[in-house]
Design a binder for this molecule. Structure first.
Ligand SMILES: C[S@@+](CC[C@H](N)C(=O)[O-])C[C@H]1O[C@@H](n2cnc3c(N)ncnc32)[C@H](O)[C@@H]1O
Length: 339
């Protein structure tokens, strides 16, 4: 059965499609948790065979796969028989651009509970996540190591645009010691050091997050040039001449951003710099991707948000930096220098 393209739907039907989006989120999450895409190789398989391998109810699995196939995820080659489609291949854990960690994060019940509290966020300006879970996201991740590890995996993978932005568009010629503040498991820093053999680095993040980083940095072939330090950027950051803040400031209200930038200002070598790597908000011309990301920041962090370059500039000026350069792209880089 073919379906009319979304844009061709009349407004009321389009609205209903939008309203039903959560059904697809839950269906994707469920099929990923069952590992169905991993069980399916090149040959089509019946839902009964897949259900027996996955340990679930055959007729119900057929209904789930039929619904997903109607949206282009898997294809139903004969009644009750399913094959991969281009979309479903990205649901395999071994696909180079696997979406499994993102789906396990975005479709997880705890994430959806936060979104269900969006109204609280809009009423109060406070984090819907905190309202739903009684604690902030980073504390939650520490207390729920499986969810925390999934989030760290999302950050560590499938972010080629961010790596490409930094590796291809920023010239590290004046840098020697790069500190990745809140750098997760070090995927970004590993790529930067891999591209610039003269650089050394320090990966800095919370203890539970950096514990897996040495293996990743070793796999990137840069472990000998990269220290790993655990700590909080509200207390201190390691000394260096180039600071990466990649998707850090958007997690925090202004007051905490000022504290993070002050810590960088206290530690940065003379002539150094801070690179804020995130999606800039362009007032009046914000892309759908950035508008939705910004709403996600509201859900997760309340006053944490995507900022315009003017807003970042104000934060810099209040902390002894000045905005030196803005490099626009799929992911933006805003360079601040001490003044
Ligand atoms: C949105 S993730 C970005 C990760 C990484 N920079 C990237 O771009 O992939 C935010 C990071 O900030 C870290 N973080 C949160 N609170 C922190 C703190 N107080 N001190 C250091 N890192 C922190 C989290 O553990 C997480 O790795």
């Amino acid at each position: 059965m073919t379906h009319p393209p979304r844009a061709a739907l009349p407004p009321d039907a389009l609205l209903l499609e939008l309203m039903r989006g959560y059904r697809q989120s839950f269906a994707l999450y469920t099929v990923v948790r069952l590992g169905i895409a991993d069980l399916l190789a090149e040959e089509p398989l019946s839902a009964a065979a897949l259900a027996s391998a996955a340990g679930c109810h055959a007729r119900s699995l057929a209904r789930l796969l039929r619904a997903l196939a109607s949206s282009g995820v898997f294809s139903e080659t004969a009644p009750g028989v399913f094959a991969h489609s281009p979309l479903s291949r990205h649901l395999r854990r071994d696909h180079p651009q696997t979406r499994v960690p993102s789906i396990e994060f975005l479709g997880a019940p705890y994430t959806l509970q936060s979104w269900a509290a969006l109204g609280h966020g809009i009423q109060t300006g406070r984090s819907a996540f905190e309202h739903a879970h009684g604690m902030g996201k980073w504390q939650y991740n520490q207390l729920h190591p499986e969810d925390g590890a999934t989030f760290d995996q999302v950050m560590a993978g499938a972010r080629p645009a961010r790596i490409a932005a930094l590796v291809r568009r920023y010239d590290f010629a004046r840098s020697s010691l790069v500190v990745d503040v809140g750098g997760g498991r070090g995927q970004l820093l590993g790529a930067v050091l891999g591209r610039h053999p003269a650089l050394t680095g320090v990966l800095y993040d919370l203890p539970a997050v950096v514990s897996d980083a040495p293996a990743l940095l070793a796999a990137a072939g840069v472990a000998a040039r990269c220290k790993v330090e655990a700590g909080s950027f509200f207390e201190r950051v390691p000394q260096g001449d180039t600071y990466l803040l990649s998707d850090i400031l958007h997690d925090w209200p202004d007051e905490q951003c000022l504290a993070i930038l002050r810590a960088c200002r206290a530690a940065v070598s003379p002539g150094g710099r801070v690179l804020v790597v995130e999606h800039l908000l362009v007032p009046g011309a914000t892309s759908p991707q950035v508008a939705w990301l910004d709403l996600q920041m509201l859900v997760e962090f309340g006053e944490g948000r995507q900022r315009s370059s003017d807003e970042l500039s104000e934060l810099f000026e209040a902390t002894g930096f000045r905005l030196a350069e803005t490099i626009r792209g799929d992911v933006d880089i805003v360079v601040a220098e001490p003044c």
